[in-house]
Ligand binder design. Structure first.
Ligand code: ADP
Length: 169
């Protein structure tokens, strides 16, 4: 498409705009998995129009959880938080699409579920700040770092969907 030409990337003969290629790291934390919310959460991102480009079920070690939350290591809840993240399986994902980093955070809601609007994931399904079921990167730099921490480059797929043309003009 002509409109894509300025900032178009080509992967395997598929043309995708730079905006379509924005990526964020999303994780369903152990409470979300235990509460049976995997499909619900994936469905929300899927129905919005975002594209799943990586997914796996992992049980993080304490050490790995500490790496993930490295920027919070001075906080009083750090030990509890990293114990919790490493307490069971987590669904690690990378979602792609225009504005996905910022809008993904909107879909997730505020850190404290009781401060999250109804209609957001935390607003609809959680109560406690330490049991807020989902993680999402908070900016482009964090997204890059978190994707690199959780996934090997070959685990990230680039592909075109037939619906892309119905999502982007
Ligand atoms: P977010 O996940 O919304 O980006 P932060 O990066 O500030 O929020 O914190 C990471 C996670 O640490 C939160 O999702 C939450 O589970 C936990 N957390 C944050 N603040 C507190 C707190 N005051 N007490 C307990 N857990 C907290």
């Amino acid at each position: 498409a002509a409109f894509l030409s300025a900032a178009a990337y080509t992967f395997q003969d598929q043309e995708l705009s730079a905006a379509e290629l924005e990526r964020t790291f999303i994780a369903i934390k152990p409470d979300g998995v235990q509460r049976g919310l995997i499909a619900e959460i994936i469905a929300r991102f899927e129905r919005k129009g975002y594209k799943l480009v990586a997914i796996k079920l992992v049980h993080p070690t304490k050490d790995f959880a500490e790496k993930h939350y490295d920027d919070l290591k001075a906080r009083p809840f750090f030990n509890g938080l990293t114990d919790f993240l490493s307490s069971g399986p987590v669904v690690a994902m990378v979602w792609e699409g225009q504005g996905v980093i910022k809008y993904g955070r909107k879909m997730i809601g505020a850190t404290a579920p009781l401060a999250s609007e109804p209609g957001t994931i935390r607003g609809d399904f959680a109560i406690a700040v330490g049991r807020n079921i989902i993680h999402g990167s908070d900016g482009p730099e964090t997204a890059k770092d978190e994707i690199a921490l959780w996934f090997k480059p070959e685990e990230l797929l680039t592909y075109k969907k037939e619906t892309d043309k119905w999502l982007y003009e």
